[in-house]
Design a protein around this ligand. Structure first.
Ligand code: GLN
Length: 489
């Protein structure tokens, strides 16, 4: 079947743009009409500015007409943005009520880099409030639905980003990943999602959730498209002192060449109870296939895996409680008046934050409070080091580690929303990567049978080992055709 414009990958669209068979305007219109056709049901977007998108498309078409493609590797490609990144002149809500009518005064560095590459930046994508959640049910703007089965969640917190790509409403999207928020929804919606090494991508213009864990990354339909986005947004930035002055490889140039001789680790602690049998089956099949493609499979041990969820929910909530202190009704967005400043803060925060955000702030304040700091926060930081060391030890033996991305396929809307602990446990395979600061990718490795739901394979790379990680992912992807299946006809 010949794909329609909106169903194309970035690479597929670019061929057509270069041959002048499709214009940037047509590509943008294809996204906009798909949104109009399906988004009332999917609800991936909380808003979009049609005329702004078309204006950018007209600019791109001028450059395309001049044949001016050099230096613009994303010319004319519409890319949608999670509502946690600043896009100058556009609303920024983090899907919370507390930001009111706040408008971003500047572009995030990743946005500036995409623009420079010629991309068309459009739309605000739904997410769990302040990126806290695994299902996009914690959004103040309503729940996003999984395009493969709209009775199910798309994952979270970047559920809008994953659903929009899976439903072909944009060619790619950006999201943020603090504990799995790119990889988990990518897995549950059947697309590719990358969390880069901590420090690889500037966080300037990303609203902070847990600053020592947050990274921005791409959602795409193929590994190659992710490689292209990643090489565009990566690199040191004087606005973010945690961005690393390490040269950015041309990831797209190094995808071929196969995986012969690479050593891939299987962590015995990840193949545990609670893993859905169909997920397990598909991941095992993928591992055997990687072996037949020439990789050597090696068992590794990550002995502190059991402590990852607890450690994450101490470190992340502690940082969140401090980061979210700035939303006080004075500096940003919505304000509820009060008789004195204390009452104003408390009214504003009481009404502005949703229940999950309040839970995190309370937990985080508790673990940082005197008397509990040593028992919880300090200990969690020590365990975090042990978790990172587990990975560094494993990487002495292997080039990358293969795991499932999630223990189960997408669950039903409402299934876990009353039980935070159950929800937190669905992050079990994704959060260690953030604690260790290493890169991770999720890509489709098949579908469950009934209902047909996508399953994700996770590849964890060495620090700044994105190049090898992407090559493994690309090699696996190209040996299969999972990425060609579309959720919507
Ligand atoms: N689900 C995790 C949480 O709720 C991860 C969120 C994220 O990566 N932003 O904290």
């Amino acid at each position: 079947m010949i794909p329609m414009i909106h169903q194309l990958s970035i690479a597929g669209l670019q061929e057509k743009l270069a041959r002048r068979e499709v214009s940037a305007k047509e590509a943008t219109e294809a996204c906009l009409s798909q949104i109009k056709r399906v988004d009332s049901e999917i609800h991936a977007f909380i808003s979009y500015d049609e005329s702004d998108a078309l204006r950018q498309a007209a600019d791109a078409d001028k450059l395309l007409a001049q044949g001016n493609l050099a230096g613009h590797p994303l010319l004319g490609v519409p890319i949608a943005i999670k509502d946690v990144l600043s896009v100058k002149g556009h609303p920024l809500n983090c899907c919370s009520k507390i930001l009111g009518k706040f408008v971003s005064p500047y572009d995030a560095t990743v946005i500036a880099r995409l623009r420079k590459a010629g991309a068309i930046i459009f739309g605000r994508l739904n997410m769990d409030e302040f990126a806290m959640g695994s299902s996009t049910e914690n959004s103040a703007f309503g729940t996003t639905r999984n395009p493969w089965d709209t009775s199910r969640i798309p994952g979270g917190s970047s559920g809008g980003s994953a659903a929009a790509v899976a439903a072909d409403e944009c060619f790619a999207a950006l999201g943020s990943d603090t504990g799995g928020s790119i990889r988990q929804p990518a897995a549950l919606c059947g697309c590719v999602g990358v969390k880069p090494t901590y420090g690889r991508v500037s966080r300037f213009g990303l609203v902070a959730f847990a600053s020592s864990l947050d990274q921005i990354g791409p959602f795409t339909k193929t590994v190659k498209d992710s490689a292209l986005l990643l090489e565009t947004i990566s690199g040191q930035d004087s606005h973010d002192s945690t961005s690393v002055p390490q040269p950015v490889p041309q990831y797209t140039r190094n995808l071929e060449g196969g995986i012969k001789g690479l050593k891939l680790g299987i962590a015995k602690e990840y193949m545990v109870g609670g893993l859905d049998p169909e997920v397990n089956n598909l991941v095992q099949k993928a591992i055997r296939q990687l072996e037949s493609l020439g990789a050597e499979i090696v068992e590794v041990s990550l002995p502190h895996t059991d402590y990852a969820v607890a450690t994450y929910y101490i470190v992340a909530t502690a940082e969140a409680s401090s980061n979210l202190a700035r939303f006080d009704g004075i500096r940003y967005g919505a304000r509820q008046d009060g008789a004195d400043p204390m009452e104003l803060y408390s009214n504003t925060r009481g009404l502005g934050f949703g229940p999950e955000v309040k839970r995190r702030i309370i937990l985080g304040t508790y673990v940082l409070s005197s008397g509990y700091y040593d028992a919880y926060y300090l200990r969690a930081q020590k365990v975090r080091t042990l978790i990172r060391n587990d990975f560094l030890n494993a990487f002495q033996k292997v080039d990358a580690i293969i795991t499932p991305t999630t223990p189960t396929p997408a669950f039903k809307v409402g299934e876990k929303s009353d039980d935070p602990l159950k929800m937190y446990l669905s992050d079990i395979f994704t959060i260690s990567c953030n604690l260790a600061g290493i890169p991770g990718i999720s890509l489709p490795c098949g579908f469950t049978s009934n209902p047909k739901l996508p399953v994700g394979l996770q590849i964890l790379g060495q620090p700044f080992g994105e190049e090898t990680m992407l090559r493994i992912a690309h090699t696996y992807e190209q040996a299969n055709s999972w990425h060609l299946e579309r959720a919507l006809k």
